[in-house]
Design a protein around this ligand. Structure first.
Ligand SMILES: Nc1ncnc2c1ncn2[C@@H]1O[C@H](COP(=O)(O)OP(=O)(O)OP(=O)(O)O)[C@@H](O)[C@H]1O
Length: 324
């Protein structure tokens, strides 16, 4: 299942991935991944462990050679792109463990200098270090040694290192793993700021559905080597086979009806027109988590047997249409 992807206007295409394939030995990990991303878009790549998220990101970053397919990142093939291209990318890996004795401001100032030669009239590089430290919320720790930072502060530093060159595209691999709710919210603000004010394109991986829903303009679900869904959180939830459940009480009995086609409003109107004794009416739309579980479940079912559109998903199985 997938919302048809509307490609960005051609001058705005930052990522263009077509039929990407990756094989490790005899194991096919990516079996045909295709998607695009436009300038200033935030994409979340979701998928169960081992789905191929890190492999995909590493190929796009130019750290891993693909087996087949076409990949364009900022207009270049990452397998052959040079230093000037790399200076336009920001990479935030799962954790940064080096430079423990450096002080935060000194380390960022040192790294920032490498980006100066890649400054252009459109993009002034690097980021002013004090401003950057403020943006990531580390002003009080600017003189602290890296090894004394807490896990969350260190992750902010990881992000600062990733964006010090004012990248046009940032890759974030599980950026908020280990964050407390406050740090998480601040990080979300930072990503929104990058996308909205700096027009930065962001591709992040996460296992956190709530985070994907809050942050991403578009969610890509990767499972068993292919993209099984591509759309906004709302689009994905709306397109689920079971779109909503309507529950109500009438004559002392609780009823449930699964609305599988269109908007549930029509059903609710009809119900109220026919039955004046309806109370405790509730409409529950599928959450992103319902959608995600259903997609991954469906992808696994498709692997095991030929696809049959009439087979109910786990969500429809839970409902009791007979009562309505
Ligand atoms: N260098 C490698 N050699 C062989 N197999 C590999 C290699 N790197 C990854 N794999 C395999 O490829 C598959 C996809 O791994 P990948 O790390 O891309 O998944 P992921 O979606 O990022 O997983 P997670 O959510 O657990 O981080 C896994 O089955 C993994 O074992």
């Amino acid at each position: 299942m997938s919302a048809p992807e509307v490609p960005p206007p051609s001058g705005d295409v930052v990522l263009d991935v077509r039929d990407l394939r990756m094989r490790y030995g005899t194991k096919d990990v990516l079996t045909g991944v295709s998607f695009t991303a436009g300038r200033g878009e935030v994409l979340a790549l979701l998928g169960p462990n081992g789905a191929g998220k890190t492999t995909t990101i590493e190929i796009l970053e130019g750290f891993r050679m693909r087996s087949a397919g076409e990949v364009s990142v900022l207009g270049e093939d990452p397998a052959h792109a040079g230093e000037a291209w790399r200076a336009r990318l920001g990479v935030v890996l799962q954790s940064w463990r080096d430079h423990g004795r450096w002080r935060v401001r000194d380390l960022l100032g040192y790294l920032a200098r490498f980006y100066g030669p890649y400054s252009t009239a459109e993009v002034r590089r690097p980021w002013d270090v004090d401003e950057l430290i403020k943006v990531v919320g580390l002003t009080d720790h600017a003189r602290a040694k890296v090894q004394t930072l807490s896990g969350g502060q260190r992750r902010r530093l990881d992000v600062a290192i990733g964006i010090v060159g004012r990248p046009e595209l940032v890759f974030l691999d599980e950026p908020t793993a280990g964050f407390d709710p406050h740090a998480r919210r601040e990080f979300h603000d930072l990503v929104h700021r990058l996308a909205d004010f700096e027009n930065t394109t962001v591709l992040l991986t996460t296992h956190d559905l709530d985070e994907a829903e809050k942050l991403a303009d578009r969610i890509l679900v990767l499972d068993e080597g292919t993209i099984v869904a591509n759309g906004s959180a709302e689009q994905l939830a709306r397109e689920l086979t079971t779109q909503a459940e309507v529950r109500w009480t009438a004559e002392g009995r609780r009823h449930v009806h699964a609305v599988t086609e269109g908007d549930p409003t029509g059903f609710v109107r009809e119900l109220l027109a026919h039955d004046s004794g309806v109370t405790d009416l509730e409409v529950k739309r599928a959450s992103l988590e319902d959608t995600y579980m259903s997609l991954v479940h469906r992808a696994e079912t498709d692997q095991a047997e030929p696809r049959d559109e009439a087979v109910p998903t786990s969500t429809t199985e839970q409902t009791d249409e007979g009562q309505s």
